[in-house]
Design a binder for this molecule. Structure first.
Ligand code: CA2
Length: 146
């Protein structure tokens, strides 16, 4: 049987703390909860997901390259605060042909001005933000249709 198309779900700094702090902004769902939901959803869509988190910018760059090398169908990327700072991530997204869907739990445009710039968004296929854990679910539905 052919392997299922894989979607990489990459998460940046501090997202390992999800569900433990600032629930009024980020909700009370943990990253493990989100990973479990995405695995169930992927099964129903005939896909597989590879969910990862790192607090290190270079890991996210390496994983974008890996997604390309492994023939991933799409990357769902919540780069956390690197969204607003990382030219390295912008360059990496431009360097790969795999479509990248930018996701955020919160809506950065409703928050501080420094969150209104997204380097990731300048190269991403599209962005889903502001729906809590549902942002990831919506992104996976989109990834299945790309
Ligand atoms: O809303 C999002 O998903 C963000 O990418 C989250 C980032 C933030 O810097 C972006 O502007 C928007 C921060 C992630 C920090 O995650 C925490 C989770 C729980 C407790 C503290 C931080």
């Amino acid at each position: 049987m052919a392997a299922k198309p894989v979607i990489y779900v990459l998460n940046g700094p501090n997202l390992n703390l999800l569900g433990t702090r600032e629930p009024e902004i980020y909700g009370s769902t943990t990253l493990d909860d989100i990973a479990g939901q995405l695995e169930d959803q992927a099964l129903a869509l005939g896909l597989s997901v590879d969910v990862r988190q790192s607090n290190h910018e270079g890991h996210l760059v390496d994983w974008l390259h890996e997604a390309q090398a492994m023939g991933a169908k799409a990357v769902i990327l919540n780069a956390g605060a690197y969204t607003h700072t990382s030219v390295a991530l912008l360059d990496a997204i431009k360097a790969v042909s795999v479509p990248v869907i930018e996701v955020h739990l919160s809506n950065p445009h409703r928050r501080e001005a420094f969150r209104h710039t997204s380097y990731v968004g300048q190269a991403a296929h599209g962005t889903i933000a502001g729906f809590g854990a549902l942002s990831y679910t919506l992104a996976l539905d989109v990834a299945a249709k790309l």
